[in-house]
Design a protein around this ligand. Structure first.
Ligand SMILES: Cc1cc2nc3c(=O)[nH]c(=O)nc-3n(C[C@H](O)[C@H](O)[C@H](O)COP(=O)(O)O)c2cc1C
Length: 205
């Protein structure tokens, strides 16, 4: 599917064909492709929780607010988290770049030191704010990549974040839920929506 077609055909699908399952390898491929997104300093603060076990879905259902049709019918849900301690992961990427011959040993050491410094000094607020943008970009990638695979999605902000983190047993001090995305094959079209005319929202200087 070409990119423009994928972007324009994406809509928020709230009811899916419950008989359609998506295998884990395909879901991981969709996530891997989405994670090619740009991020500030290439820190890649997004973390994914891929939810498709019926037991976990049943535990999360009471915390879906007005979004129960999505959890009841979608093949999977993907929770995107912003890792507030993303500098802790930096040495892994740094080593990958060293092993790939992309940086020198000296550069590797300096960068690890800088990351350690940043980890000790950056505020949670700034990491939260910056990561929201990075995670928003990866979320849109995910929805477009899903379209290319022939699947539909719905981004959801309406879920009880605290209880989600408890059920999923994830450290809520470190990871901030950004958005929940359902994925599956649509059973019902989205509600029609419009966009502002481009000249209404654009200033030309
Ligand atoms: C951050 C975010 C949160 C959203 N939360 C919900 C939600 O909780 N439930 C829902 O049904 N749709 C949700 N939506 C989908 C919007 O309602 C939808 O994108 C908008 O109405 C435009 O429709 P379209 O996506 O079909 O083009 C959300 C979208 C975004 C970007």
């Amino acid at each position: 599917m070409d990119t423009i077609k994928a972007v324009l055909s994406r809509t928020s699908i709230r009811e899916y064909d419950p008989s359609v399952k998506i295998d884990e390898a395909t879901l991981l491929k969709i996530l891997e492709t989405s994670a090619s997104a740009p991020s500030s300093w290439n820190l890649q603060p997004w973390r994914f929780v891929l939810i498709h076990s019926p037991e976990i879905k049943a535990k999360l259902r009471p915390f879906m607010m007005f979004n129960t049709p999505q959890i009841d019918t979608a093949a999977a849900l993907i929770l995107i988290l912003n890792d507030l301690d993303r500098y802790a992961m930096f040495p892994i990427m740094n080593k990958m770049e060293l092993d790939a011959g992309m940086i020198t040993e000296e550069h590797f050491k300096v960068r690890n030191q800088k990351a350690e410094q940043a980890r000790a000094t950056r505020t949670k607020e700034s990491l939260d704010r910056e990561g929201l943008l990075d995670c928003g970009i990866v979320a849109q990638n995910l929805m477009i990549v899903a379209q290319a695979y022939g699947y539909d999605t719905c981004p959801m902000g309406g879920f009880d974040r605290d209880n989600f983190m408890k059920v999923l047993e994830i450290d809520a001090n470190r990871y901030k839920p950004v958005v929940l995305i359902s994925i599956g094959k649509k059973a019902k079209d989205a509600k029609p929506t419009l966009r502002f005319p481009i000249r209404t929202i654009t200033t030309i200087k």
